[in-house]
Design a protein around this ligand. Sequence first.
Ligand code: V1P
Ligand code: CA
Ligand code: ZN
Length: 402
Amino acid sequence: QLGIERPQGYTVSFHYNPKVEQHHFGSKHPMKPWRLQLTKQLVFGYGLHYAMDLNESLPAEHRDLAEFHDNDYLNFLQYIKSDDQTQKRHQEELNRYVFTDEFNDCPIFDGIWDYVTLCTGATLEAAHALSSGESNIAISWSGGLHHAKKRQASGFCYVNDIVLAIQHLLQSYTRVLYIDIDVHHGDGVEAAFFNTDRVMTLSYHKYGEFFPGTGGPDDSGPKGFEEPGAYFSLNVPLEDGIDDSDYGWLFRKVTGKTIEVFKPEAIVLQCGADSLGGDRLGKFNLNIKAHGSCVEYVKSRNLPLLMLGGGGYTPRNVARTWCHETAVACNVQLGSDDGRASSIEIPNFVPYRAAFEGAGNGNGLLYPELNIRKLQHPKTYTREDLENTAARCLEQLRHIEG
Ligand code: V1P
Ligand code: CA
Ligand code: ZN
């Protein structure tokens, strides 16, 4: 099949349960679990399953989720239903556990418990594949739900699979680095490990009049003198419209130094695809290959790596990105070297193939030009802005050096 083989010298595992695709947040809601079906179809269409261990993961159990979440909150997620009668009966818990405004970010839909346990089950299985040594890179595209809190749903996230996975990894590794390239701040993960120096959280995100509003430049951990965790939350707040070269430069500079000083034994990478140009919610201007080159950069450190999904609201581009990043993990090149036309086209038997046609700009079906917002966001970054942002991050990192 298209000459796709396992990578030499290491193992990649893919963790997924197709039942997760069936869930719906509601027709007007931007989170579309069927983007995961699209992703899987592309991954299999390109034959990448020949390069990986495949695992149909089981749903996580209540007791697994209780390693981080509050029991009463989990009970609520287990019994709550979408019908008015049930909601009326549990109005008090609804107010307590689900922050609601006109957006209704975290709707109560039928099957919500199955959805959260399927997402978490895949991520926990992936974490276990790493800690047991079965695999070197483990992928869970249905995970990456970085906003969920101990006892509250937030920003489309109900259960924080990332926190649970990191807690698992901490049983085998002394230090775990969390990197988050979703366009939103990884607030839930940061909060969970705020007071420890065994987990460093590094989030790149849009900051300023943007959800969730946290992750500013001074948000670096507890402020008390010599508190554990001080300086171990690193935030890189960014402006609208940041492009491939500026983002790529900052990412390498800051991530490189973070790995150098923190010396993680394992890395968890949240690959939210809402940082791409043309995303329905995001405001950045990244192309698929630039997003993927962040993954490549992290992979090049040869540490146990957990790759997770997250945001991403233009479904075809989410599927393209995570398919490309699955290929990166497997050391497979799906496009040609010149960065233009794709030498391997999506096979005809991939359902929804038609949905990937029509990019029509010579870049093939997998890598259309996405920096389409350029005119709406004239250059906001000067060389000086970038140098200043990087300098501030490196300054923070000096505190944990040595
Ligand atoms: O901005 C908000 C509301 C306003 N309230 C004070 C909160 N919510 C955002 C939530 C974005 C969540 C992103 C999740 C992730 O990081 C991880 C999976 O990607 C929001 C937005 C927005 N444009 O920021 N909610 C919605 N849009 C929304 C739109 C239609 C229906 C439901 C929600
Ligand atoms: Ca982020
Ligand atoms: Zn996001």
